[in-house]
Design a protein. Structure first.
Length: 86
């Protein structure tokens, strides 16, 4: 990527996923990026919404409401009968 694109990317890093809420992770990640990008004149900005720890549950609840996917759902009884092969 061009230097302009790298500057833009470094200023717009977004953390997502439950493990990214580990204490100090965002600061360490920002520090590591700043070290690696020392030659690029850009401010490293790492952000992540606090509710990111719930993203998997939110995504699952959205998928659960979509009628178009009902043919691929596995019921509890199917799972208990067939296990992971269901």
């Amino acid at each position: 990527p061009s230097a302009d694109a790298r500057r833009e990317l470094l200023a717009n890093v977004v953390l997502c996923g439950g493990l990214t809420v580990a204490p100090g992770l965002a600061a360490r990640f920002a520090g590591e990026l700043a070290t690696k990008a020392r030659g690029i004149k850009s401010r490293v900005i790492v952000s992540g919404p606090n509710e990111r720890r719930y993203n998997a549950w939110i995504g699952g609840s959205i998928l659960g409401t979509l009628n178009g996917l009902s043919d691929v759902w596995v019921s509890r009884s199917e799972y208990l009968d067939q296990g992971s092969k269901a």
